[in-house]
Each structure stands twice: as structure tokens, then as C-alpha cells.
Design a protein around this ligand. Structure first.
Ligand code: DOR
Length: 430
């Protein structure tokens, strides 16, 4: 339900897809009512101070693992949504590699219902294949009828090219997008990190960059063949970025995302066999990091997506080869992007808000201009706030961040969901 309580965001610099200006933002009834400089405070309004801050459409994460159902010891819809709101996100797309997988309307509905009371708008990506097993198509149509706009077997890529072709043909007819986790399972088999100098030194079996790049190339070919829309999840190699750049130049309907860890960390971090650095796709080389950053800068990569992958301690405090891959992302993504990317703030916001909102089909409620009549899903960012990542201070139920102790600049200060301040001065209100 939209909040009927008026809220005034005072003294900030509004940045959205239309540009930037200094203005106060008045919210009521869940909608932005006015965007003007120097507004007086309406009676009974909650005032959110935005002096020195940026007021922007809320961030949108295309790639969040909320772990419900099945792994509630690592995260729930409620705790993951709270982490998201604290990170400045007003919408997340929950990945379907839950237990059981989100491969039917009933399963999708269950997560959507859990999301109703969450402090972030929880959308769902449906599985492409039943059980994410890669053998037969899931009922895409019945999930699309519930508003699902992205489908993926994330955690695994669809290995069978013929099945992927069929899925793309169905997806085209339904007007939805297939998001691919690009990994050739046979080529990657047995690999626990990137295959290269560091995997040789450490004696850890690796997976080559080509395991990702082969599937990127295949799916570009299938996008060309079918006209279907493909979104490439967590691109991590220079070759993948180059392939997507060429596909876009050709005019194909492809989009791509990169995760913060793939532009801030390299495979050298695995040196101490610390499982916090185990992730899939794996951390790559310094040259790959440069290529991912270039892809983010030139528009080849449309979005930053967290791949927030919470894991319980018992799944990480084990030998490297036995640990589950994945790391937390929601509470650090914005700060990592602001700190580590040499991009104007508006470009960072495009990557974290309006571009992913468009890819997820959420542009009517998220990522749009901060303007009268628009849904009030907003975040207020303090670009100068410096902070040190403390795993114990995170709202996520899990603790598996590789950034403990890292000093970052920039942080979400307030988050407003459907007109309700759900985070105020860095504190979640519920
Ligand atoms: O590191 C990863 N963790 N990569 C994936 O593709 C899946 C994810 C998870 O679900 O933990």
C-alpha cells in the first residue's frame, strides 16, 4: 500500500535520466508530487535531509539470490530485501536457483507473496528449464502471465543449443528476455577458480575464460538466428566483453551486466585459499578487470548487477574445492562502483538504476525520471561518506563479503519505497 504520509526530501541534487538539478522532492500517496527548489514543508511531513547528497531513482538489481525457499539459513526474502534497501535498491530480481527452483507459476507466486511485505520491490526471474536441469522447457508462459520478464537457469547455463534456441523462440513470442549464465559445463568441469598463472601457482584446478566465451558466442549466434532477446549475466572476461560489443554494433538484441567483484578483484586474491574469493564466474585477471571497466564505460555492459550470493558459514568454512561459490553484494555495490569506477555519478546511476530497470521491464515504476506523478521509489546517496565494510554490521543473514575492512566512499543514506522512507540515515526502519 502506498504511504499516505507526506515526505519532503530537502536540499539535494536530483540526478536522473533527464539530467541534474538542485531541487526538493515532495512525496505523498506513494507518488512524487513536486520537484522544486526551496519548497516549504507541508504540515505533518517527514523531512529527509539531502544536503550534499544526490537524490536519484532507486537502484535496481538484476541479479539477487534471496535463497527462499530452501536455504533460509543463508538469506530470506525479508533479510535480503533489507540489505537491498540499505544498499539504495528499491527493486531486486530474485534468481530462481532456490530449492526447489522457481520453475512454475506456483513457485514464482510464493516468492512474490513473500515480497509483498519486504522493504524492497521483489520481482522474480523464472527458470528457463524445469528444475534448472537443462532438459525440457519450464512453463514460461504461465510465469510470464504473473509478470515475469526475465528467465534464467542462473547457477548454470543452458548447455543444449537446440533447447536454448527453442527457449528464445518462445521468449520472443512472449516478449520476455532470457538471461544466460555463460559457462560451458564440460570445459569448466572441475575448475574452482580462473585457469591461468594463479591457478597453476596455487595448484587449484581452473576453468578457462573460454568456458564463458564459448557460450557468449553461441548465444549471440542464437540471438541472431531467432531475433530473441538475450541478457548476459555477470560477464567476466575481456573476450566476452569484446563479443558483446561486436554483437551490439551489429544491432542484435543483447544486453549485459557485470558484477562489482569482476571490476574490483582479480584471481590473485585467491592466493590464501580464502573461500570468500570463490565465485562463479571466477575472479579473472587484471586485464579482464580493465576490459570489464571499459565495457561499463562505453555502454557495452548496460548494468552493474550484484550477484548477491549469501552463503551460510558451513558452506564457506570448508576447503576451497568444497566451498560454494558466491559473495554478498547488495550493501557494497553502490560504494564499490562510486569508489572504483572512474565514471561520472550519472553514469554510475545509469548502470545501477535506469538501465537495469529497463532490462527488467520495470521502467513504469523504477528507474524513471524523478518527476511529478511518478512512483516514489527513490534513494538519497551521500557521495562523500566514507565507511569501512564490517561484515558484522551487514543486514544480510550471511557474512560472506570479500570486502571486510575495505574503505569505500559513497553510501545510500535514505531509501524511499512507494513513498515510505524504509531507510533513514543508514538505518532500516523495519
Ligand atoms: O558464485 C555464484 N554463486 N555464481 C552463481 O552463478 C550462483 C551463485 C549462487 O547461487 O550462490
Amino acid at each position: 500500500m502506498p504511504d499516505r504520509h507526506p515526505v519532503l526530501i530537502r536540499g539535494g541534487r536530483v540526478i536522473d535520466v533527464t539530467g541534474e538539478r538542485v531541487a526538493d522532492v515532495l512525496i505523498d500517496g506513494g507518488l512524487v508530487q513536486a520537484v522544486e527548489d526551496g519548497m516549504s514543508t507541508p504540515a505533518g511531513a517527514t523531512v529527509l535531509d539531502a544536503a550534499g547528497c544526490i537524490v536519484a531513482p532507486g537502484l535496481v538489481d538484476l541479479h539477487t539470490h534471496l535463497r527462499q525457499p530452501g536455504r533460509e539459513e543463508a538469506e530470506t526474502v525479508e533479510t535480503g530485501a533489507r540489505a537491498a534497501a540499505l544498499g539504495g535498491f528499491t527493486a531486486v530480481v530474485a534468481m530462481p536457483n532456490t530449492e526447489p527452483a522457481l520453475d512454475s507459476a506456483a513457485a514464482v507466486r510464493e516468492v512474490l507473496e513473500l515480497g509483498v511485505s519486504a522493504v524492497c520491490d521483489v520481482r522474480v526471474a523464472g527458470a528457463i528449464t524445469r528444475g534448472r536441469l537443462g532438459r525440457e522447457l519450464a512453463p514460461l508462459g504461465e510465469m510470464a502471465d504473473l509478470g515475469v520478464r526475465l528467465f534464467t537457469d542462473d547457477g548454470d547455463g543452458v548447455q543444449d543449443a537446440r533447447l536454448m534456441r527453442r527457449a528464445l523462440e518462445y521468449a520472443s513470442a512472449l516478449g520476455v528476455t532470457l538471461a544466460q549464465h555463460c559457462e560451458d559445463k564440460v570445459l569448466a568441469a572441475g575448475g574452482h577458480m580462473h585457469e591461468g598463472e594463479w591457478s597453476s601457482r596455487l595448484g587449484v584446478p581452473g576453468q578457462p575464460a573460454e568456458a564463458e566465451e564459448l557460450m557468449v558466442a553461441r548465444d549471440i549466434a542464437l540471438a541472431r538466428l531467432t531475433g530473441g532477446r538475450v541478457h548476459f549475466l555477470h560477464l567476466s572476461t575481456a573476450g566476452s566483453v569484446a563479443a558483446v560489443r561486436a554483437a551490439k554494433a551489429e544491432g542484435l538484441a543483447v544486453t549485459a551486466e557485470a558484477a562489482p567483484h569482476h571490476f574490483t578483484l582479480t584471481d590473485a586474491a585467491v592466493e590464501g585459499y580464502d573461500t570468500l574469493y570463490k565465485v562463479n564466474p571466477p575472479l579473472r585477471t587484471a586485464a579482464d578487470v580493465v576490459a570489464v571497466k571499459a565495457g561499463l564505460a562505453d555502454g557495452t555492459i548496460d548494468a552493474i548487477a550484484t550477484d548477491h550470493a549469501p552463503h551460510a558459514p558451513e558452506d564457506k568454512e570448508v576447503p576451497f574445492d568444497q566451498a560454494r561459490p558466491g559473495m554478498l553484494g547488495l550493501e557494497t555495490a553502490l560504494a564499490l562502483a562510486l569508489t572504483e569506477l572512474d565514471l561520472p555519478v550519472a553514469d554510475v546511476l545509469a548502470l545501477l538504476s535506469w538501465n537495469p530497470a529497463r532490462i527488467a521491464g520495470l521502467e513504469s515504476s523504477h528507474g524513471g525520471p524523478v518527476a511529478e506523478g511518478r512512483p516514489a521509489n527513490l534513494c538519497v546517496i551521500d557521495p562523500a561518506a566514507t565507511w569501512v565494510v564490517d561484515p558484522d554490521a551487514l543486514a544480510s543473514r550471511a557474512r560472506n563479503t570479500p570486502y571486510a575492512g575495505r574503505k569505500l566512499t559513497g553510501r545510500a543514506r535514505h531509501t524511499v519505497l512507494r513513498g515510505e522512507p524504509v531507510v533513514v540515515d543508514g538505518v532500516a526502519k523495519r
